[in-house]
Design a protein around this ligand. Structure first.
Ligand SMILES: [Zn+2]
Length: 121
């Protein structure tokens, strides 16, 4: 069992899951919270849950604001066949695409900075 506390690396969030009827914890890195272009942003992950004696994976989406506060949560059961619905896929992929776009922007900014430095030396 990992013991993680709020620190400069990130912070521990608690959310109430109405499927397990439990309060879960999730550690979110500060770099993820600070790296968003829009708030609140969706933080998507899967968590295991015991439902009627079976382990089920639940798709969990936490909406985090710029202060790192959980503003909302959405939990969806995956189907028995473990296939994602179109809506679930969009929820998972959209933040990833936005993250990739942001990284590409950062990359082109850095490339320009490097070129500037090369010209100076
Ligand atoms: Zn749960």
């Amino acid at each position: 069992m990992n013991i993680m506390k709020n620190n400069e690396e990130g912070s521990l969030k608690y959310y109430r899951c109405n499927i397990c009827n439990l309060t879960h914890e999730v550690f979110i890195k500060k770099s993820i919270i600070e790296g968003q272009s829009k708030y609140p942003f969706p933080y998507v992950f899967l968590h295991d849950s015991m439902v009627n004696g079976d382990i089920q994976e639940l798709l969990t989406i936490l909406y985090i604001d710029s202060n790192g506060k959980v503003r909302g949560s959405e939990i969806q059961k995956l189907g028995d066949n473990n296939l994602f619905s179109k809506e679930q896929v969009i929820n998972i992929v959209k933040p990833l695409v936005e993250e990739i776009e942001r990284l590409q922007e950062d990359h082109s900014k850095l490339t320009k900075e490097i070129d500037k430095l090369k010209l100076k030396s």
